[in-house]
Design a protein around this ligand. Structure first.
Ligand SMILES: [Zn+2]
Length: 503
């Protein structure tokens, strides 16, 4: 109780004494100097710990992704971007031996106040937290206040609330913003700490920066020197990150051409590709070993016990793109209801994401099966569908997209009731002999039969008169090269697909 009160008054003091004016920024991270100080007060031992015992262990960190939307459910980011984000996050933290995984599925929140103004509705955000994971809220907007004078905030970590907010555009554009914010979560400062609101400016600060403390910034933040003599107390207090006076804020294309010296007359070369800097558009961004150590100490502290468990997520690398079976590529379906999607199992996969996109229509679903039946589609409409396999700990898997067109028939497209028990014998078939199709028909009818390659080429077409009862139909498989084929039996305008192999 008394501790808490002390903390609150200290925060107030810091804010009251050292607050600085609002500066116009273009894009930035919403973590202020005060936030970083508060984070350090909340994790007071992060500068003292010893990580030698855990440095080589892989750490699995649960992440709860909250995909927020307006009250009516509109605006939510597609799952596919979250999977891509998981891929980026794990790539960025690979050298730190930290693996992030999706904790117990995705959280979907329909709340306009969070989606549009998470920065000013912090209690609402807080109420949706999961107690067993890093909470990442994906919103339309991450600005800290309602006026735009502070520029665009890409994301922020709230030390009070212990959660991350990131605007959805950052995920869609494959940026490193979430990796940066999670660096703050693990108690990393900006490499240019102290210069947040007062980035280096030649006119104000000179070609040789002679100030001892950051001019115009929060009081008593030391200006870091190139020779490392004050690296333990200046800026981020990490010695393998070189001085940076927030040069990145006004930079573009990962470029730094400014000639600037510290007070010893040593020329300053910031680490442009550091995750905790503000340079943009670098090919890769990295954490240094010193930063990794600091993060591991934070993870190891008791305040992060809620992240720890003996659970090891499935991180199997998925390298095969899914093979999509039906609908066939460019197929014209008879109907538009009960369209059944089917694809091959992909090794190592626990969950598939399927997306179906048509004009003004978008569906997505997660399934553990390699098939899915769509909700009602539109008549006579072109659709693209995509399948992406993934695991809770692996989002870098390739995806496959195909297309088809719906018809206006109201009947089910597949699983013709007139025929059943379709089999090809033998399967795999041999390409020097003739195979047989065996099926049971409820009535006598004409069947149109096609053999289709996996790229949609029709290689055989013929008709056959079905008799009521069991039918055996010869199938010419000579000269079909080895591979997978689709047999399509069309009765009364409806398709029934069966796969077979030539080997
Ligand atoms: Zn930041």
């Amino acid at each position: 109780m008394s501790n808490k009160r002390f903390l609150v008054s200290l925060v107030f003091l810091i804010t009251a004494f050292f607050s600085y004016g609002q500066h116009v920024h273009d894009k930035n991270c919403g973590v202020s100097v005060e936030d970083q100080l508060l984070s350090e007060m909340l994790h007071p031992n992060d500068f003292k710990g010893d990580i030698s015992s855990i440095r080589n262990n892989t750490i699995y960190v649960p992440v709860k992704f909250h995909l927020t939307a307006n009250d009516d459910g509109s605006g939510r980011l597609d799952y596919i971007h979250v999977l891509n984000q998981l891929c980026i996050l794990n790539r960025d933290y690979a050298s730190s031996n930290i693996v992030f995984y999706i904790y117990e599925g995705f959280s979907l929140i329909n709340q306009t106040n969070i989606y549009q103004e998470a920065g000013t509705n912090r209690n609402a955000v807080q109420a949706n937290k999961d107690g067993k994971a890093i909470n990442v809220f994906i919103t339309q907007n991450a600005d800290l206040d309602n006026n735009s004078s502070g520029g665009t905030t890409l994301g922020f970590y709230s030390p009070q609330g212990d959660y991350v907010v990131i605007r959805k555009q950052e995920l869609a554009s494959l940026s490193n913003t979430l990796s940066h914010e999670i660096g703050h979560f693990f108690n990393l400062r900006h490499t240019f700490y102290g210069w947040e609101g007062v980035p280096y400016n030649k006119q104000t600060h000179g070609e040789r920066v002679t100030f001892t403390t950051v001019p115009g910034g929060i009081a008593n933040v030391l200006v870091e020197l190139v020779d490392g003599s004050n690296c333990q107390t200046a800026a981020d207090m990490i010695c393998d990150t070189p001085p940076d006076y927030n040069f990145g804020l006004t930079s573009s294309n990962c470029a730094f051409n400014t000639v600037v010296f510290d007070k010893n007359n040593d020329r300053i070369f910031p680490m442009k590709e550091n995750q905790m800097g503000y340079f943009q558009d670098c090919d890769t961004f990295k954490f240094t070993e010193g930063q990794t150590d600091r993060m591991l100490i934070n993870y190891n502290s008791t305040s992060r016990n809620y992240l720890k468990s003996t659970y090891i997520p499935n991180t199997t690398e998925i390298t095969d793109a899914p093979i999509l079976n039906t609908p066939l590529k460019a197929e014209k379906l008879i109907g538009y209801t009960d369209v059944k999607f089917d694809w091959e199992d992909v090794p190592g996969t626990t969950t598939y994401l399927i997306e179906i996109k048509g004009s003004n229509q978008y569906y997505s679903a997660l399934t553990t099966l390699s098939e899915y039946t769509a909700p009602e589609l539109k008549k006579n409409n072109t659709y693209f569908w995509t399948v992406k396999p993934f695991n809770d700990g692996f989002g870098c898997s390739p995806l496959t997209t195909s297309n088809f067109r719906t018809g206006d028939g109201t009947s089910s497209t597949y699983d013709i009731s007139e025929i059943k028990n379709i089999a090809i014998v033998p399967n795999p078939v041999n390409n020097s002999t003739t195979a047989q199709i065996s099926l049971f028909s409820n009535e006598s009818d004409n069947a149109h039969i096609e053999v289709i390659s996996m790229v949609g080429q029709r290689l055989r077409t013929f008709t056959h008169s079905l008799e009521t009862g069991q039918n055996t139909i010869p199938l010419d498989t000579k000269e079909l090269s080895n591979g997978v084929y689709m047999l399509n039996i069309i009765v009364n305008g409806r398709n029934s697909f069966t796969k077979f192999m030539v080997d």
